[in-house]
Design a protein around this ligand. Sequence first.
Ligand code: SF4
Length: 192
Amino acid sequence: MLKVTTIFYSIQGEATNTGIPSIFIRLYGCNLECSFCDDLLHTDKYTSYTYEEILKEIKQYPGMDIIITGGEPSIYDLNEFIGLLQSHGYTVSIESNGYKFENIEKADWITYSPKDWNNIHTTGFNELKCIVNINSNIQPLLDLDIKQPIFIQAENYVHTPNMTNITHCIEVVKHYPKFRLSVQTHKFLGVD
Ligand code: SF4
C-alpha cells in the first residue's frame, strides 16, 4: 500500500526533462518541514492505494513517463513498486530531498533537491535542483564538484512565478555558467 495525495497527468515543467508529458504520483508525508513548502499538496488528505490500484489509475493516461513526488518519496521503500511500473513499460523518475536514496535506487531518473546545502550528497542521483531566492547564499553550490547538472530554480509562489526570484536566478546562471536554469514552466502555462 502507498499513501497517495493525488495522481494526475501533466507536463514535466522542471530541469532536464522539461516538456515530457508525465503522470505525477504525489505521495503523502515528508521527513522535513521547509518554510517554503507547497505543503497542502502533500500534507492534506491521502488515500491508501495498492500497487494494482495505482496501475489501474495511471493506465487511463496515454503517457508512459511517471514522476513520483511528494512530500518525500524516499520515506517509503519504493523499489518493488518502481520495478512493477517498469515491467509495465513505464519510465520512472523520482523527485527526492535525498532522505534515503537506497529506497528509490531502481528509478530511471532521480532529481535530488537538497534542503541543507552544507550537506549535499554527491552520488545517487542524475541531476541536482536547488531552490533559490534573492537571499540565498549559493556559495556551497559554487563549491560543489560533481558531474551531474546543477539546476538553479527560483522559489516561486504555489501556483504562479515569482519574477523577482526568477530574474535573480537568471543573473546567477549567467554569472556562473556551471549552473543551468530550471524554470517551472508549468507555472507560466497555468497547468498543474
Ligand atoms: S522537503 Fe520538499 S516536501 Fe518536504 S517539507 Fe521540504 S519542500 Fe516540502
